[in-house]
Design a binder for this molecule. Sequence first.
Ligand SMILES: C[S@@+](CC[C@H](N)C(=O)[O-])C[C@H]1O[C@@H](n2cnc3c(N)ncnc32)[C@H](O)[C@@H]1O
Length: 234
Amino acid sequence: MKDGRQIRSMFASISRRYDLLNHLLSLNTDKRWRKKTVEASGLRGGERVLDVCTGTADLALAYANAIGPAGTVVGTDFCPEMLHIGKRKAASEKLPCKASLMVADTLSLPLADGLFDVVSVAFGIRNVADLKGGIGEMARVAKRGGRVVILEFSLPDNGLLGGMYMLYFTRVLPMIGRIVSRARNGAYSYLPDSVLKFPSKEEMCAVMRECGLTEVTTTTLSFGIATLYVGRKM
Ligand SMILES: C[S@@+](CC[C@H](N)C(=O)[O-])C[C@H]1O[C@@H](n2cnc3c(N)ncnc32)[C@H](O)[C@@H]1O
């Protein structure tokens, strides 16, 4: 079991360099993945979206820019330092809808049941101390018929490309992350370690179903480096 306090202080320590490193280490692919996540959510104008573990709010902002003036987007995260960067970005953009960011633990969201048409998370659920608890909370606050959309790192298929990526991911990325973030707490070794320990696609789909989600689908992104999971609340 991961320790939420340690996770929160690790993200606080890298918050100021988080966006820079995200875009640098993924060569900007993260932006494309978030766009695909919004597309996969089946978002319609005027809907209500919750983005949990929103961090610096990139996915929440992508939803806000796609949802139209009648829509509402809420982003939550338990790390105020990450949210602070997100709030600054939200304030500097002229968002076309109502959007707010608030401190909240994904494991106990202070939100009523069945409020949202889309409940989403990008690269966050892997960090939540209790995977089933986190997905269960996401499903709880989704409306009946609403969609739960999860973007998460995964391991690429074997083969030459996969092997090269693993070398980059486990050796080069932690080194660049350490230098650029100046974090001495292993935050960028934690990234490959946590991805290597994360459940397989089949196990993830099983957990989503156990949380009351149906029609669970997976989409492989960038040769399997990331996977998009979508489920519908019964
Ligand atoms: C890798 S970042 C992802 C941020 C953002 N979603 C993105 O796409 O860049 C993971 C985020 O999950 C948050 N987090 C981890 N566990 C959490 C929990 N139990 N409740 C709320 N936020 C959590 C961290 O504070 C961090 O901001």
